[in-house]
Design a protein around this ligand. Structure first.
Ligand SMILES: [Zn+2]
Length: 255
C-alpha cells in the first residue's frame, strides 16, 4: 500500500513540474522612484487629455501647445527597469514599449509594467536595461490614426502584455498612472538590483513586427514571435516616411 502511494505522489509531482512554465528570470535595477513619462520629471508642458476610464485603462498625455506640436517629442522610462516589449503591435497600438520595474513598497519587493503606445520612434530594444528618465521613444500618431499623443498605462498584472482585451479594465489589473506615480516619486532601493520574471505574457503569432520608426524608416529584422523575445537583434533601416492623414483620435474611445 505504502509503495503505491509513493508512485502516485511522484507522478503528481512530475505532472506539476511539467504543467508549470518555468519563469525566466533576468536581473534589473530596483526602481528608486517614478517620474512622469513626458516633460520629465513632472510632466511640465503636458496635460492629461484623457484619464483612466472603464474603457480606457490608461492616460493620454498631450503637449499644452496642442495639435501635433508634440509629434516627435521624447518619451521617457518612468523608472529603472527592463524592456520586455519593443515592437510594432499594429492595429490601434502602433509602436509599443513595455518596461518592467521592480520596486520596494510596504517593505516588499513588487513588480509593475509601464506601457507606452502610438510612438513615432522606438529607441530601445527588448532586453535592454533602462534608467528612470531614459529615452524609450518619441510621441507619435500611430500612422496618422490619432492626433499625436502618448497613451500610457501602469499595469499591476504582468500577464497583460499586448493582450489587453483578455483582461478586465479594472484596478485588479491596473494602476491609475498619475496616482501611482505621485504616490511613488521617491522609494527606497537606490543602487540595488533584483531578479524579475520576463516571460509572463504570450504573443499571438504573426501579429508583431520589429519597431517602426516613422521618422526614419522601418527597422527591419526578423524576430520570432514565440515568446517575449529578449534577443539582441541587429537593426537596419529601409524606406518609410512620416505621414499623418486624419485626426481620428477623438473617435476611437478605446485608445
Ligand atoms: Zn489612450
Amino acid at each position: 500500500m505504502r509503495k503505491s502511494w509513493f508512485w502516485v505522489l511522484l507522478l503528481g509531482f512530475v505532472a506539476t513540474l511539467v504543467a508549470t512554465p518555468t519563469p525566466r528570470m533576468e536581473r534589473t535595477r530596483v526602481a528608486d522612484g517614478f517620474d512622469y513619462p513626458v516633460g520629465k520629471p513632472n510632466a511640465e508642458g503636458y496635460y492629461m487629455a484623457r484619464g483612466f476610464l472603464p474603457y480606457h485603462p490608461g492616460e493620454d498625455w498631450n503637449s499644452v501647445e496642442g495639435g501635433n506640436k508634440d509629434l516627435g517629442a521624447p518619451v521617457y522610462s518612468v523608472a529603472n527597469g527592463l524592456v520586455v516589449f519593443a515592437r510594432d503591435a499594429k492595429r490601434g497600438w502602433g509602436n509599443v514599449v513595455i518596461v518592467r520595474h521592480t520596486y520596494i513598497s510596504q517593505g516588499r519587493l513588487q513588480s509593475v509594467d509601464s506601457f507606452y503606445a502610438h510612438m513615432q520612434r522606438v529607441t530601445v530594444r527588448e532586453g535592454q536595461q533602462v534608467l528612470k528618465g531614459s529615452l524609450v521613444g518619441t510621441i507619435g500618431t500611430n500612422r496618422g490614426m490619432y492626433t499625436a499623443h502618448l497613451h500610457f498605462e501602469m499595469r499591476k498584472n504582468l500577464a497583460i502584455g499586448i493582450n489587453r482585451s483578455a483582461f478586465r479594465n479594472d484596478m485588479t489589473n491596473y494602476f491609475r498612472p498619475s496616482v501611482f506615480i505621485d504616490a511613488n516619486r521617491n522609494l527606497p532601493g537606490a543602487g540595488r538590483q533584483s531578479m524579475v520574471a520576463v516571460n509572463t505574457f504570450t504573443l499571438p503569432n504573426s501579429m508583431f513586427d520589429p519597431p517602426v520608426d516613422e521618422s526614419r524608416g522601418v527597422v527591419s529584422s526578423k524576430m520570432t514571435n514565440s515568446k517575449p523575445s529578449l534577443r539582441k537583434t541587429p537593426q537596419t533601416t529601409r524606406g518609410g516616411a512620416s505621414t499623418f492623414r486624419v485626426n481620428r483620435f477623438e473617435d476611437l474611445g478605446a485608445f
